[in-house]
Design a protein around this ligand. Structure first.
Ligand SMILES: Cc1cc2nc3c(=O)[nH]c(=O)nc-3n(C[C@H](O)[C@H](O)[C@H](O)COP(=O)(O)OP(=O)(O)OC[C@H]3O[C@@H](n4cnc5c(N)ncnc54)[C@H](O)[C@@H]3O)c2cc1C
Length: 306
C-alpha cells in the first residue's frame, strides 16, 4: 500500500508517475502548482507536437495520462522528507504520507537577471535556453547575460546560429575558466562589463541599455546565470548536491536507498525530452528496487556506454 512519492508534477514527475501507476503502485505526485513547464509559452521541439505545444497544455495532458492509470496528484507543497524505518515520511504543509520510495523531480528555478523589464520581454526576445530558442535568432545580434563558465559556453554555442554575439556581465568581472576565456577571445566575442539598466523595444526586444546610457542593440538576450534547483529536500535525506543540482548515478539513483532524482533538478540538458526520459528511467529502476528482482539488471544496462 505505501507506494511511491514523486515530488514534482512537471513532465519529469508525471512521466515517472505513468510508469509507477501502470505497475500498480500507489503513486502520489506532489505538485505545489509551480515549475518551469507551466511558465513556457510555446515549445517547438517536443516530440509528437509538430505544431508546438504550450507548457500548461503539456502539464495538463501529462496529469490526465498519469491519472488514467490511477496516479494521485496531491496539490500540496512538500516541506520535509525523512527516513521512517524502511520507508520514507513525506511531510507537506497539510499532511504526512508514508511511502516506500521517492523520486525527486522538483525542477529548477531559472534565475532572472537584475535588469528592469526582463519579465515583460520573456518570450519576446529574452530566453533562458540557447538550445530551445537560438534557432529563432539566426544571423541576428544576440547577447548572453552572465559572467562565468555557463555564460561563456552559451555564447560559444550561439556561434552556431549567428556571428553577432556578445557577453554582458552586468557589472561583474568575467570569471570563466581560462580556456573558456581564451575561446571567447579567439571567437571575437566582446565582453561588456557595464552595469545594465533596462531593456527597450516596441513589442519585441530591440536593445539593452547600460547604466551609462549606452545602447547595445540585440534581438535576443540569453540569460545564463545558473539555476537554483530544489536541492533542500535532497539534502535532508543526505543525497549529495553540487550547487543547484542533485547528483545522481546514470540510472538516476542516489546513494540513498530507493531515492531517485530526475529532470531539471539534476542539471544536464534541461529539455522536456531529456526530463521525460530521466523520469521514465528513475521510475523503471525504482520499480526494480521495489520488486527486489535480480533477473534483469537495468541499472547495469543503463550504466553501460552507448
Ligand atoms: C523560458 C523557457 C523556455 C523553455 N523552452 C523549452 C523548449 O522549447 N523545449 C524544451 O524541450 N524545453 C524548454 N525549456 C526547458 C523545460 O521547460 C524544462 O526542461 C522542463 O520544464 C523540466 O521539467 P521538470 O518536470 O524537470 O520540472 P518543472 O516543470 O519545473 O516541474 C517541477 C515540478 O515540481 C513541483 N515542485 C517543486 N518543488 C516542490 C515542492 N517542494 N512540493 C511540491 N511540488 C514541488 C512544481 O510545482 C512542478 O510541478 C524551457 C525552459 C524555459 C525556462
Amino acid at each position: 500500500m505505501p507506494g511511491v512519492a514523486i515530488i514534482g508534477g512537471g513532465p519529469t514527475g508525471l512521466n515517472a508517475a505513468i510508469y509507477t501507476a501502470r505497475a500498480d503502485k500507489r503513486t502520489l505526485v506532489f505538485d505545489d502548482g509551480g515549475g518551469t513547464t507551466r511558465d513556457v509559452d510555446t515549445m517547438e521541439n517536443v516530440y509528437g507536437f509538430p505544431e508546438g505545444v504550450t507548457g500548461p497544455e503539456l502539464v495538463d495532458l501529462g496529469q490526465k495520462h498519469a491519472q488514467k492509470y490511477g496516479a494521485n496528484i496531491v496539490e500540496e507543497e512538500v516541506v520535509r522528507i525523512e527516513p521512517d524505518e524502511e520507508q520514507y515520511c513525506v511531510e507537506t504543509t497539510a499532511d504526512k504520507y508514508t511511502v516506500d520510495g521517492v523520486i525527486i523531480a522538483t525542477g529548477a528555478d531559472y534565475e532572472r537577471p537584475a535588469i528592469a523589464d526582463v519579465e515583460s520581454y520573456e518570450g519576446h526576445g529574452v530566453s533562458y535556453c540557447v538550445e530551445c530558442d537560438a534557432y529563432f535568432y539566426r544571423d541576428s545580434p544576440v547577447a548572453v547575460v552572465g559572467n562565468d563558465n555557463y555564460a561563456a559556453t552559451e555564447a560559444l554555442m550561439l556561434l552556431d546560429y549567428t556571428d553577432d554575439v556578445r557577453i554582458l556581465t552586468n557589472g561583474s568581472p568575467f570569471e570563466a575558466d581560462k580556456d573558456l576565456q581564451d575561446r571567447v577571445v579567439e571567437a571575437n566575442i566582446p565582453v561588456i562589463t557595464d552595469n545594465l539598466d533596462r531593456l527597450t523595444g516596441e513589442e519585441v526586444l530591440e536593445a539593452v541599455i547600460t547604466q551609462n546610457g549606452e545602447e547595445v542593440s540585440v534581438d535576443g538576450l540569453f540569460v545564463a546565470l545558473g539555476t537554483a534547483g530544489g536541492t533542500d529536500l535532497a539534502e535532508m535525506l543526505g543525497v549529495p548536491v553540487d550547487g543547484d543540482d542533485i547528483i545522481t548515478d546514470p540510472d538516476q539513483s542516489t546513494p540513498i536507498d530507493r531515492v531517485y532524482a530526475a529532470g531539471d533538478v539534476t542539471g544536464g540538458h534541461q529539455q522536456i525530452a531529456t526530463s521525460v526520459g530521466e523520469g521514465a528511467r528513475a521510475a523503471i529502476n525504482l520499480l526494480e528496487d521495489l520488486r527486489g528482482a535480480d533477473y534483469i539488471d537495468y541499472k547495469k544496462l543503463d550504466s553501460q556506454p552507448a
